[in-house]
Write a protein that binds this ligand. Structure first.
Ligand SMILES: NC(=O)c1ccc[n+]([C@@H]2O[C@H](COP(=O)([O-])OP(=O)(O)OC[C@H]3O[C@@H](n4cnc5c(N)ncnc54)[C@H](OP(=O)(O)O)[C@@H]3O)[C@@H](O)[C@H]2O)c1
Length: 308
């Protein structure tokens, strides 16, 4: 199997896949896509579930997505995962989408059924399961601050938290206008959150807001490089906080190191990756995902080898 297939490969697909022991039935599409860990998670899942088929990476450029998706359906693919930068294109390509993915502005899972393309966003529900697994508590009962709520993943998590009915939701972003616009949209469509606030990514304003939340989520890309600025100043974290870092670096991020110093419980983004994948599997096959096979597959691809 090639590490990455391309749009050109789809034009002569039967020859390209002729030597494969199993036919590709699922793929992750993105640009770039070579880094994706999804095959390590989904190929063990297919094997554990006894499903005949394999999962591949497919590199698609922006202008190729709309043509590639219906072609893939005709070539026998059951569905795809979608990564950056194609989640909005996937939302547009889907013919059946619920209100939450629409408000999230992104679809990361598609399922082909005849001419119909079903679309879901499993990042939000995956986040909910990951937090429950990490901290043993339901997101719905927590006051939550999302740092980077104006980004793609942050927006999905914010909409999910609102739909779960979190009693307080603080949308923090470097570009404040993005979360102010999101708050207006959410007020119109989601009535579950009693207290929906916005906050600039500045120490003084965050100090007030973070003192009144239970869970702080990093949905920025900060923390992947050692010289990144702190997600929040370390002295704003306390032992009462739960800290969820959506970054999945395989090692401890600065945000989680600061949380540990403050005595706060923390978890990184690998469990969210696992659970968003498990929920995608459930959509494709209408069956429970073999979660431990998926977890073991991800662990095998993670040099850190720690439990997720
Ligand atoms: N664990 C998982 O399963 C999972 C799933 C999806 C994403 N993620 C992770 O989530 C992170 C965000 O991904 P994304 O797709 O949402 O990215 P994105 O759409 O590019 O959003 C990035 C966010 O980070 C903020 N940001 C970027 N650089 C910053 C800086 N130097 N200082 C302050 N804020 C900064 C942006 O603020 P502005 O709006 O001001 O630009 C924006 O809110 C990535 O690390 C990604 O790997 C994890």
């Amino acid at each position: 199997m090639k590490a990455v297939y391309t749009f050109i490969d789809l034009e002569d697909w039967e020859s390209v896949i002729a030597e494969l022991p199993q036919r590709p039935i699922l793929a992750v599409i993105g640009d770039p896509v070579a880094h994706s860990k999804s095959p390590q998670m989904h190929n063990p899942a297919l094997a554990a579930a006894g499903i005949d088929g394999c999962y591949i990476r497919l590199h698609l450029r922006k202008d190729e997505v709309a043509v590639a998706l219906p072609r893939m359906a005709k070539l026998g693919f059951q569905g795809v995962n979608v990564t950056i930068p194609h989640k909005l294109a996937a939302l547009r390509a889907a013919t059946e989408v619920g209100p939450l993915p629409r408000m999230m502005g992104a679809v990361n899972t598609l399922c082909f059924e005849g001419e119909t393309i079903h679309g879901w966003n499993t990042d939000g529900p995956g986040f909910v399961r990951a937090v429950e697994e990490a901290f043993g508590t339901a997101v719905s009962g927590l006051r939550v601050a999302i740092i980077g709520a104006g980004g793609g993943a942050g927006r999905a998590v914010a909409v999910q938290c609102a739909s779960e009915g979190c009693p307080r939701l603080v949308l923090v972003n470097r570009t404040l206008a993005k979360v102010e616009a999101l708050r207006e949209e959410m007020i119109g469509l989601l009535t579950g959150v009693q207290d929906l606030r916005t906050c600039a990514w500045q120490a003084a304003t965050m100090a007030t807001e973070l003192a009144e939340v239970d869970l702080i989520v990093n949905a920025t890309s900060l923390g992947m490089k050692p010289d990144d600025a702190p997600v929040v100043p370390g002295d704003l974290l306390t032992s009462d906080h739960l800290v969820y870092d959506m970054v999945y670096s395989g090692g401890q991020t600065r945000f989680l190191a600061d949380a540990a110093t403050a005595g706060a419980r923390g978890a990184d983004g690998q469990a969210m990756l696992l659970h968003q994948g498990a929920i995608a599997f459930e959509h494709w096959f209408q069956a429970a995902a073999p979660i431990e096979a998926m977890r073991a597959g991800l662990l095998g691809s993670d040099a850190g080898g720690k439990r997720i």
